[in-house]
Design a protein around this ligand. Structure first.
Ligand SMILES: C[S@@+](CC[C@H](N)C(=O)[O-])C[C@H]1O[C@@H](n2cnc3c(N)ncnc32)[C@H](O)[C@@H]1O
Length: 190
């Protein structure tokens, strides 16, 4: 069994690599897993853990997510560097989750997401940059592992990330708009 990272919550199952929900249609499953099929995760050279990040509780009262957690650089991360893959449950059903991001859209228009609400890795703690920094220092980028599995990965931008800095992406305006319309306050851009 894989050891959980420091500060891992008790109500979430730690999975270093993505897992698959039964709602993913077979054709999409085979496209995402790639040519090695079920063995793609096992044969992957990237086991989903990253020594360059650490989960921390946010204590700064001026941070818009104070009291929650964030993901921070445990050491200097060079520019344009792979930081971690976003692990969670790959699914084709509807989810009402703040930890769900889009991985792939099938030809029939079905959106396949990765939901890290109940299962995930350190990447589920990455916050949006709004209200924290003037711009993101990391981006989501889909990629295939050496074993051919499609994943959503997190990369540094063209600037290095200093040790101790929070890793921040853009969730996209649509993400906030969907929640803003539900009555959740949209964070201000710093
Ligand atoms: C994927 S989670 C990020 C991790 C989360 N902070 C935690 O501790 O589990 C997304 C949630 O983090 C919070 N969040 C992320 N970025 C934020 C921001 N810029 N301002 C306010 N809240 C933010 C919101 O509550 C959002 O629903």
């Amino acid at each position: 069994m894989t050891a959980k990272p420091t500060n891992w919550p008790t109500n979430v199952q730690y999975i270093p690599q993505q897992c698959y929900h039964s709602s993913v249609p077979l054709e999409a499953l085979s496209y995402i897993r790639g040519p090695l099929g079920k063995n793609a995760s096992l044969k992957s050279t990237n086991n989903g853990r990253s020594s360059s990040v650490i989960i921390r509780t946010i204590t700064d009262p001026s941070h818009p997510a104070v009291g929650q957690c964030g993901l921070f650089a445990a050491k200097k991360i060079p520019p344009n560097t792979h930081i971690i893959d976003y692990s969670g449950e790959v699914h084709g059903d509807d989810r009402d989750s703040d930890y769900d991001l889009s991985l792939y859209r099938t030809q029939d228009g079905l959106s396949i997401g990765i939901d890290a609400l109940s299962f995930g890795n350190e990447a589920r703690f990455i916050n949006d940059y709004r209200g924290i920094r003037s711009k993101p220092n990391a981006v989501f980028q889909d990629r295939r592992t050496d074993a051919g599995e499609l994943r959503m990965s997190v990369w540094s931008t063209s600037l290095p990330i200093k040790k101790g800095q929070e890793i921040l992406v853009s969730y996209g305006k649509g993400w906030w708009k969907a929640r803003f319309n539900d009555g959740v306050a949209e964070p201000h851009t710093a």
